[in-house]
Design a protein around this ligand. Structure first.
Ligand code: GLP
Length: 262
């Protein structure tokens, strides 16, 4: 894992946007895996700016989102479909037919999950997957004890995640759907690159467990220790519980110019 500690969330987000932009410039038909939540918002804002001011071209890019709530219509204000269109897709030149999210209203959920996996394969696999981390260590909606071999499927949220996400539903946990469709951990691990973002003191314990703790399904994000190309962009607050933070800074500061993409 490469740990990139920046002074604040804005700087970390901008650094991560440079990695995404470099891929899109080098491979205009890149396949991006995207995440929701508050964490990637600044990354998406920066990608929009790069599109508008620097001509970053998404016309051949394909995207697959990690997850979606079950039972929310696309047009629901808290569906991840709405989130992605509001915060990114409507502001860049991506083709609507190249955008994919799990279908939270599917009549046959297992069939739609299998079809989602097939669509990822048909697109050539995910080049770069954006990830956030839940306070309980989840990635996508792969809650603790999710199988490391799992593929896209239905999951039940933990009470902790329902409580965490209630802030998006007028603070009312009873409005948060308890079920979701999420890419599996096996799906996420198949991405060529994983780009994890985590900001704020509330994520410090999850980040230290993910980076420096044992690999365990109790901390789903810890599986990224087994990924050959996982970059973790964090701010000082999220880095505050890391034992080897000085080493990570030393590594980053000493990188030769040719290895620098952020
Ligand atoms: C949500 C999403 C995750 C996200 C995480 C953290 O439930 N399913 O993909 O990474 O929780 O959210 P936030 O970025 O708002 O802290």
């Amino acid at each position: 894992m490469e740990i990139i500690i920046k002074q604040n969330a804005d700087m970390a987000s901008h650094a991560s946007a440079r990695v995404v932009a470099r891929l899109v410039r080098e491979k205009p038909n890149a396949v991006l895996g995207l995440a929701t939540g508050s964490t990637p918002l600044m990354l998406y804002r920066e990608l929009v700016r790069m599109h508008k001011e620097e001509g970053l071209d998404f016309s051949r890019v394909t995207t697959f989102n990690l997850d979606e709530y079950i039972g929310l219509k696309k047009e629901h204000p808290q569906s991840y479909y709405t989130f992605m269109w509001e915060n990114l897709f409507s502001q860049i030149n991506i083709k609507p037919e190249n955008v994919h999210l799990p279908d939270g209203m599917a009549a046959d959920v297992p069939a739609s999950c299998a079809a989602y996996e097939q669509e990822i394969l048909n697109a050539g696999g995910i080049d770069l997957q954006v990830l956030g981390i839940g306070s309980d260590g989840h990635i996508g909606f792969n809650e603790p004890t999710s199988s490391f071999a799992s593929r896209t499927r239905i999951k039940t949220l933990t009470q902790q995640t329902v409580a965490d996400n209630a802030r998006f539903f007028d603070g009312d946990g009873s409005k948060v759907p308890h079920h979701c469709i999420t890419m599996g951990i096996g799906t996420i691990m198949d991405a060529q690159m994983n780009l994890m973002l985590a900001f704020g003191a509330g994520k410090a314990d999850a980040v230290s467990a993910m980076v420096e703790g044992p690999v365990s399904s109790m901390m789903p994000a810890s599986i990224l220790q087994h990924h050959p190309l996982a970059k973790v962009f964090i701010d000082e607050a999220a880095a505050s519980a890391l034992k080897l933070s000085n080493y990570y800074r030393w590594v980053y500061d000493g990188k030769p110019e040719w290895q620098r993409d952020a």
